[in-house]
Design a protein around this ligand. Structure first.
Ligand code: SF4
Length: 699
């Protein structure tokens, strides 16, 4: 990293990793980012975690793509066989004109529903908007999706259904005004580290922190209650807590009458879920469930935070329905220190979803099936072909490739060859495509299968806005030039669209943002110039000078009659339950130092030095039974496949569980995971697979 006192200039931007959205100052020397400091953004107030502080040097890595590449005629068969630092046997360099013509021709030749797109939650709002517009306008359908399908799609499905909006009702900073907070299915100290600092401060000043997670975690030390429930038993535990609130009449009758519907059905449904009945299912003693119910219902102001431990289940939507019901029955929405907050994962997954990278919704969650919505878009887009039918989701698109219905894909900044469940199925689909356009900054595992690769920009090289978990739209600024001939993603999209005959004339992301404001009410009163001046504006912003509303729904909800809805949830078993052959439970997730599929953080010196090797964690007693020392090798096998991986001992992991990070290609977690999906959010069950764990032969 070198001497941090020495730099030529600084540029303010936003951290490219998690959804917290910390603002950073990039210190530049000799046109390279030399180091990074936190600045006073609304979500971080100067703080950064290890990724934001040290995980920037991947942008100068010698694997960066500097020229467009086209697959050689004599390249070996498509597969995971490309060395990202030495790709000459597989690809040849091309000019931008040749590569863009080639990319567009392949898509045009196959055309229509034969083409689908995966956009990216790592790109800017403007780039996400352009991507969905290109697929919709260029090919006449809605087969466009992105990684929200793999993280919070079920949370959004439940929030849209019951609250009428997919975003958080209160910023995480509102915990400062709460006296009780629940954190469930999230591990913020590892995955949202700066948000976790606010949670720790809350606990230190006497706030009651209730942590619920099948895996123990560092936040446990700050908790008043730690409910380490059985994996997949969320609904039984949450319904039992709500049963107590009903039984002991701890609910907020006035709030329920004023702002909700379907309460009587919810109340009747909860009768069957007494803690005494549910403790055997969820593994939490009835008295503890009762104590938690009384604590949350007794809060003056309570917040509920959740993560992918809630969403990545075949009952993920039901899990979120329970959390929404819990907040509604206690009146914990729409006030300072009260609210629902799904902690968003990627830096711009909120913004990419808002911008319409979803197969059922145009920007701002406006249904493609609504005639009035389509008319409004068609007028602005000067195109009468917006398809009224919902498109296919991430996993459905790859199934359609296998079925021969989709033959061409445009993948921007996503890595399904690592991130999708049952990843060999995804890799086989990518290999089967007749034409694959990949736009990225490295030859990712997905780019291994590309016919043409378009070299794009890292966050520190581009202009554009991103929206964090708090609904804060923030300005990202270019600090250094992209390497070689690499270009900003929006430029590549515009050039490709021109070749698809779309006649786009955007000359700057500001033009795209201006168009978005015409179609997205969430951006009312937010302009490019404001963001340039203020760096961040929270939506909704009620006037040109309002910094934005950190709390929403004080006076009702954006649903019919302004009422939120109770939707009762039943207990549904996970899809792939343990049996004699696969007796343990596999759950996957992230580690503090590595980001998602590892393409950036494993090329960051500091982060890779701290976590250089694929590993999984098991309880020490389980390792003893397997006769494996920490550091020894294990074989993990599920119905989908098998990997070998180094074992770690971790008392936080229950004795019948394995925790497996998914950043490591050499032991790819998603070879093992189950592709079964939640019926509403269509999100795969990454958090639960039956697995066999054996000592591996180290020779
Ligand atoms: Fe970046 Fe998230 Fe860490 Fe903040 S908490 S520095 S946004 S990774």
């Amino acid at each position: 990293i070198g001497d941090t006192a020495d730099y030529d200039r600084e540029v303010k931007s936003v951290c490219p990793f998690c959804g917290v959205g910390c603002q950073v100052s990039l210190k530049i020397k000799d046109d390279k980012v030399k180091f990074v400091e936190g600045i006073n953004g609304p979500a971080n107030e100067g703080r950064l975690c290890v990724k934001g502080r040290f995980g920037f040097d991947y942008i100068h890595h010698d694997h960066r793509l500097t020229k467009p590449l086209i697959r050689r005629d004599d390249a070996p068969a498509k597969g995971l066989n490309v060395d990202p630092g030495n790709w000459g046997d597989v690809f040849r360099e091309a000019t931008w004109d040749e590569a863009l013509d080639f990319a567009a021709k392949g898509m045009n030749d196959l055309g229509g529903t034969k083409v689908a797109g995966f956009g990216s939650a790592k790109c800017t709002n403007e780039e996400a908007y352009l991507f969905q517009k290109m697929i919709r306008q260029g090919f006449g359908h809605n087969n466009v999706d992105h990684c929200t399908r793999l993280c919070h799609a079920s949370s959004v499905a439940a929030l849209m259904e019951n609250v009428g909006s997919g975003a958080v009702t209160a910023t995480f900073n509102e915990i400062e005004n709460a006296d009780v907070a629940i954190v469930i299915g999230a591990n913020p100290i590892e995955n949202h580290p700066v948000a976790a600092t606010y949670f720790k401060q809350f606990a230190k000043r006497g706030g009651k922190l209730i942590v619920m997670d099948p895996r123990g975690q560092a936040l446990k030390r700050f908790s008043t209650h730690m409910l380490q429930f059985r994996p997949g038993a969320d609904v039984s535990m949450l319904n039992a807590i709500m049963h107590v609130i009903v039984e002991e009449k701890l609910y907020d009758q006035q709030y329920i009458e004023a702002y909700t519907e379907n309460w009587e059905a919810e109340k009747a449904h909860l009768r069957d879920f007494s803690p005494e009945k549910m403790e055997g299912i969820c593994g939490i003693p009835a008295e503890e469930l009762r104590a938690v119910a009384r604590t949350f219902a007794g809060a003056k102001a309570g917040m509920i935070f959740w993560g992918m431990g809630v969403s990545q289940h075949i009952h993920g939507t039901d899990n979120s329905r329970c959390l929404i019901s819990l907040a509604l029955m206690t009146g914990q929405v729409g006030r300072p220190g009260a609210g629902l907050h799904p902690l968003r994962g990627q830096n711009n997954v909120q913004g990419a979803s808002d911008a319409g990278l979803i197969p059922m919704f145009l920007p701002d969650y406006q249904p493609v099936s609504d005639d009035g919505v389509r008319t409004a878009f068609q007028e602005v887009w000067k195109d009468d072909g917006v398809d009224p039918n919902n498109g296919l989701t991430v996993t459905e698109i790859l199934d359609a490739v296998h079925a021969g219905d989709i033959e061409s894909m445009y993948i921007l900044g996503e890595n399904p060859a690592m991130s999708d469940p049952d990843v060999e199925h995804a890799r086989d689909a990518l290999a089967k495509l007749k034409h694959l356009v990949v736009q990225d900054i490295f030859i990712t595992e997905t780019a291994n299968y590309a016919d043409v690769i378009l070299p794009a920009s890292a966050f520190a090289e581009k202009t554009g806005t991103v929206t964090n978990t708090n609904r804060q739209v923030q300005m990202g600024r270019p600090a250094v030039a992209p390497p070689g001939d690499a270009k900003e993603d929006w430029w590549i999209e515009v050039e490709l669209a021109k070749r698809l005959g779309l006649g786009w004339t955007y000359t700057h992301p500001r033009d795209v943002f201006a168009e978005m404001t015409l179609l997205m009410p969430s951006l009312d009163n937010i302009t490019w110039d404001r963001l340039e001046d203020e760096n961040a504006v929270t939506y909704p912003s009620l006037s040109p000078t309002d910094p934005g509303q950190s709390i929403v729904f004080a006076d009702g909800f954006p649903r019919q009659d302004g009422r939120a809805k109770f939707t009762p949830a039943n207990v549904i078993a996970p899809d792939d339950v343990p049996d004699v052959d696969y007796p343990m439970i596999l759950t996957t997730g992230r580690q503090l130092e590595h980001w998602h599929t590892g393409s950036m953080t494993r090329r960051s010196k500091v982060l890779d030095a701290v976590e250089p090797e694929a590993n999984c964690s098991l309880h020490p007693s389980t390792l003893r039974k397997l006769d494996v020392e920490p550091g020894g090798l294990l074989r993990l096998t599920t119905k989908r496949g098998s990997i070998q991986i180094m074992a770690r001992a971790d008392r936080a992991v229950a004795p019948d569980m394995v925790f497996l990070p998914f950043a490591y290609v050499e032991a790819a977690a998603n070879i093992l995971t189950n592709p079964a999906v939640d019926p509403y959010g269509k999100i795969p069950e990454f958090k639960f697979s039956a697995v066999r764990v054996e000592k591996a032969d180290e020779t």
